[in-house]
Design a protein around this ligand. Structure first.
Ligand code: GLA
Length: 375
């Protein structure tokens, strides 16, 4: 039966057409330019109902997420670039990438494991950030292929990071699967295995603007975080080891709150705005828990994030500098925000934080689900 016949049937029986169109479409591919090393980049498109996501093998990156507003008008809610050359340019601040091997910061790039001292790249003041230098996960080319995940169309990316790459121990094989199991739902599943104990902390670094990428600010968005505590940091954004309540601070997002309401109180702190790790209120619950709800009053779009991770970094785009993104649109300060599900920063040096160590014979697993709707 063709789509048109289905639509006609839906009209005849007065069924909402979306009820019939909720079956996911097959994955499509197209070229996404050529990397500096001469390798081609590919773009995969996943679609389910009226929501569409694209992903590329460069950095196993989430490139776009197109979803309707309350009037049914679609817009891409992720900052990014038109092809891989943008992702390899200096304007790219980890847009939509898979981030690691260890996302966020490691103090002075140092840690000790099984009696060996490791020194990683120092690429953020005196600290290590987002997996380091030229071979961090956001910069390498992953193997990509269309697949299915629990019956839903999906894209699988695989990368084998060699022992010693970016200074990390162990041969690490990482898989990232993007799938759209339901209308409006994008699921990201991460797995990894190693042949030697090594720290692993993976996230996606998508910059979101629910009014549509290129809209000037996210300060009008309302954010709710299911987190009563955060990990305070020193002047270089390394956790002190303490875990503090968000109550009575500008970090309190336990109830939906406009991001711009108290941001000014943070602009002269070392974080320059929101750039904080929130400890999720898991109450001992394993598996997926709600982490965040982001709402854009002008468009009516809402994003709900659930994760298996213990924490979420809320970053309010404090380093965006007007770089040119998709269709030459500019991305000024705070025109996008990141909600990065992850383990706490510098966990490898903080024995009281949940461990990020993966051992030989274990399987690292992490899932984050983004649910989009409009009201
Ligand atoms: C993370 C960090 C920020 C910043 C961005 C990238 O979210 O926490 O401080 O480095 O990445 O610009």
């Amino acid at each position: 039966m063709t789509r048109w016949t289905l639509a006609a049937l839906a009209a005849t029986f007065a069924l909402p057409a979306c009820a019939l169109f909720s079956t996911p479409n097959p994955v499509k591919t197209k070229p996404f330019g050529v990397r500096k090393d001469g390798a081609p980049a590919t773009l995969w498109t996943l679609r389910n109902g009226n929501v569409e996501a694209t992903v590329t093998d460069h950095g196993a990156t989430l490139v776009s997420l197109i979803c309707p507003d309350r009037l049914g008008q679609g817009a891409d809610v992720l900052l990014g670039f038109d092809d891989v050359s943008g992702y390899e340019s200096t304007g790219n601040q980890y847009f939509g990438c898979t981030t690691g091997r260890v996302c966020n910061r490691i103090k002075k790039g140092r840690f000790t494991l099984d009696g060996y001292d490791y020194q990683l790249a120092v690429n953020n003041g005196e600290n290590h950030l987002h997996g380091g230098g030229p071979r961090s996960l956001d910069k390498v080319r992953w193997h990509g292929e269309a697949t299915t995940s629990d019956g839903a169309p999906a894209v699988l990316f695989i990368y084998r990071s060699a022992d010693g790459e970016e200074g990390y121990p162990g041969n690490l094989e990482i898989k990232v699967v993007y799938s759209m199991p339901r209308v409006g739902e994008l699921k990201i599943d991460y797995t990894a295995v190693t042949d030697r104990t090594t720290p692993v902390n993976l996230t996606n670094h998508a910059y979101i603007n629910l009014a549509g990428e290129g809209a000037p600010t996210i300060l009008d968005h309302e954010l709710q975080l299911f987190a009563s505590r955060h990990t305070p940091t020193d002047d270089t954004l390394i956790p002190t080891g303490a875990i503090a309540d968000v109550a009575r601070t500008p970090l309190d997002f336990r109830d939906p709150t406009r991001i711009g309401l108290r941001l000014e109180q943070l602009t002269s702190t070392p974080a320059l705005g929101y750039d904080h790790n929130y400890v999720l209120d898991r109450d001992g619950k394993p598996g997926l828990v709600d982490a965040a709800v982001l709402y854009c009053p002008t468009s009516g779009r809402e994003l709900r994030i659930a994760t298996t991770e213990p924490a979420i970094q809320f970053y309010s785009g404090n380093f965006l500098n007007g770089q040119q993104g998709k269709a030459s649109k500019s991305y000024p300060l705070r025109s996008g925000l990141c909600l990065e599900t992850q383990h706490y920063p510098d966990s490898v040096n903080q024995p009281r934080f949940p461990s990020v160590l993966l051992r030989r014979g274990e399987v690292f697993r992490s899932t984050t689900v983004l649910r989009l709707s409009a009201r």
